[in-house]
Structure formats: C-alpha cells, structure tokens
Design a protein around this ligand. Structure first.
Ligand SMILES: [Fe+2]
Length: 192
C-alpha cells in the first residue's frame, strides 16, 4: 500500500485483503443480478453507473469496510458506510455502483462530491491496457493509476477524475462508492 501526495491532496492505494475471494464473489453477484440492475444515466451510448442493492451484492461490504478502516487509520478521516442513499440526496440510488467499460469506452471527467467525505474505486476485472484512472487538477500533471484486480484507490470526493479508453479485449469492471461523515465526529467538529 502507499500514500500518494499529489497536487496538495493525499490519496491512498492498496489491495483489499484476499482480493481473489471477494472479487470473484462480487463479480458473481453482479452477473447473477443483471435483471435487478438499476441504471442512472447514459453517457456516449453507455450506461455510466449500474446499481444493485446490498442484498444483491453482499460482498460489496468487504471493499467498503476496508476503505472505511483505511480512511480512519491511514488518512485520519472517520467515515460511515451507507447502503442506501442518504436522506435528502438528489440521487435516489445507493452510494455504491458498478461501472462496465467495453472496448474503446471511457469515462469522462467528474467528481463524487454530494455530501460524502471519502470516495473509492476498486477493480473486479481489469486487463492490461483496459484504461488507466486519472485525476486532474488545474496547474498539475494528471495523476495516472493503472487498474489491477483487487486494487483500491481512496480519494477525496471533490477531486476530478476520469478513465481513459479501454484498449483491452475484455470489459473493464470497476466498483466505486462514497463514504459519509461519521455523525459523532462531525458534531464534535461543529462544536455541538
Ligand atoms: Fe468516479
């Protein structure tokens, strides 16, 4: 694992424990419940995010817990896992989702703000040349990260990022999520 100091922000890169076990299970859950997937929006002819409930994708807990623990231990950020949309959220979907990129497909620049305190992405299926993740901040060279199965990247939700085109022969499948401020700590910060 490593911390990445870049453009005045700190990111964290690691591999989730026993990647093969949970990755296989989560992929199976994803494929098994294709009929239950909810899709939020299409970009350039491709469904951008695909959502399952936690009941359909129970193995999602493993990378989410890992990120929460790493956020606390490594980044000193206390966060909370939510399996449903936070109340008042403009997005009715759960704050975790799958992303599938076929040959030539990419994801445009975006951020994950909206009340979250940590964001993360991990890879369930990623071959060589399947499209690197990149972070972008004005005045800095892009930070580029190679996707690898089981690798997780934890980053500030407000940081702009995208994914380069998949030039491999298989679909690139990632799992991303947001974590939220832990209320007790938040209220302490607010002075209540
Ligand atoms: Fe993203």
């Amino acid at each position: 694992m490593r911390f990445i100091e870049w453009a005045g922000v700190r990111l964290f890169e690691s591999f989730v424990e026993m990647p093969r076990g949970w990755v296989t299970n989560l992929l199976e859950e994803f494929f098994k419940h294709q009929g239950s997937l909810e899709k939020s929006h299409k970009i350039a002819g491709r469904w951008e995010n695909q959502y399952l409930t936690i009941d359909h994708a129970p193995s999602a807990r493993i990378p989410m817990r890992f990120a929460r623990n790493m956020g606390k231990d490594g980044l000193d950020i206390s966060s909370m896992i939510l399996f449903e949309a936070p109340s008042g959220s403009p997005n009715p979907h759960p704050p975790f989702w799958f992303n599938v990129a076929g040959k030539g497909e990419k994801t445009g620049l975006h951020d994950h703000a909206h009340g979250s305190i940590l964001s993360a992405v991990t890879y369930l299926q990623a071959e060589e040349n399947c499209g690197h993740l990149y972070f972008r901040k004005e005045g800095f060279e892009d930070l580029t990260i190679k996707p690898e199965v089981g690798k997780i990247i934890i980053f500030p939700p407000s940081l702009l990022h995208g994914v380069h085109a998949n030039h491999s022969s298989t679909e690139r499948i990632s799992f991303a999520f947001n974590l939220f401020p832990f209320p007790l700590v938040q209220s302490e910060i607010d002075g209540f």
